[in-house]
Design a protein around this ligand. Structure first.
Ligand SMILES: [Ca+2]
Ligand SMILES: [Ca+2]
Ligand SMILES: [Ca+2]
Ligand SMILES: [Ca+2]
Length: 323
């Protein structure tokens, strides 16, 4: 019993000090200009979850797997709401985006790093859900993030709602920004990066989930978010998180001869993209549950690549470097 307690005490400081962030710097951001590198999807009949769609210019990231220190997220569009139904059918720009895209779209670069998450012309309501953070056992946990809205004429049906949903405790929701019932134009929040912060010390018994909702219907109605941070807590495991921990690629860097080290997960495929999101190779892993050797030396030249490895119900992204 004594040993167990000592072990727990020794581990405690490491877990408590983990800062959990999402600054949208982990995946290559889309760069759009005119009609290039935009997100197109002609299936907007029903609610659907966006994945990492291929576009003529590569991959637009609208879903990211988290880790112990990175907040993962996924996005759902409901085009059946008042601002629908065009959804993502009419030339939209949406996803992790470069500073250049922000400057050309909203006019302001992201406040943290070189990328942020950009939403334009959603024509419906977007729900962006982040990984659940367990605040149990934390001391003085704090939250902060930045957002920007393009200055334009918003209508009564347009809204932004950014909230933290609490479970496993007496609290339910903390609204950080909720424009429902107001005209966004009356709030003085457009055309500048604004910070939302919250002292979460009253919620240390809770599990916390950041939710970002955006309803709009015009190319000029744009929302950007960046610099999300929970100062303390533990990201709760998801399928993706478990998969990411079950696999690793070695050696890294390599000369192209690599092994996916696998601890028993049935893998369906691996897709290698370059830093511009171009697909370099798609590998059928045929359900293998053991280590898989790959020779990519003839396909990949020197540089940084992303390998998305998928099982039947989860996927994880590994950075690989070719010398
Ligand atoms: Ca950023
Ligand atoms: Ca649209
Ligand atoms: Ca208005
Ligand atoms: Ca509108």
């Amino acid at each position: 019993m004594k040993t167990k307690l000592l072990f727990f005490i020794l581990l405690l400081p490491t877990i408590m000090l983990a800062q959990i962030t999402q600054g949208f710097e982990n995946l290559p951001g889309m760069i759009f200009d005119g009609s290039a590198c935009r997100y197109f999807d002609f299936d907007n009949v029903t609610v659907h979850e966006l994945q990492n769609y291929n576009t003529p210019c590569g991959t637009i990231y609208v879903k990211e797997t988290g880790s112990a220190t990175t907040l993962g997220y996924s996005v759902i569009l409901d085009p059946t709401t008042t601002n629908g139904p065009a959804g993502f059918s009419d030339g939209d720009s949406f996803g992790v985006a470069s500073a250049a895209s922000f400057v050309s779209g909203i006019g302001f670069a992201p406040p943290e790093g070189g990328q942020g998450f950009y939403m334009q012309d959603v024509d419906g309501t977007i729900l962006m859900s982040f990984d659940v953070v367990d605040l149990a056992g934390t001391t003085n946990p704090q939250f902060s993030m930045s957002y920007i809205l393009e200055a334009t004429g918003y209508e009564a049906d347009d809204f932004v709602k950014i909230s933290i949903k609490f479970t496993d405790c007496a609290s339910s929701t903390l609204d950080l920004l909720n424009t429902i019932g107001s005209d966004i134009n009356d709030l003085g929040i457009e055309d500048s990066w604004n910070t939302l912060s919250a002292d979460l010390s009253a919620y240390t018994g809770c599990k916390a989930q950041l939710l970002v909702e955006f309803s709009s219907n015009s190319t000029a109605e744009e929302l950007g978010i960046d610099g999300i941070s929970f100062s303390q807590g533990t990201v709760l495991s998801t399928n993706e998180f478990d998969l990411g921990n079950s696999l690793f690629v070695t050696p890294n860097p390599s000369n192209g001869l690599i092994t996916i080290k696998n601890s028993g997960v049935a893998l369906s495929n691996a897709v290698v993209t370059d830093i511009n999101g171009r697909t370099m190779i798609v590998l059928d892993l045929q359900g293998t549950t053991v280590d898989k050797e790959l020779n990519l030396s003839s396909v990949l030249s020197s540089g940084l690549y992303f390998m998305t490895i998928s099982s039947e119900n989860a996927s994880t992204v590994k950075k690989i470097i070719i010398k």
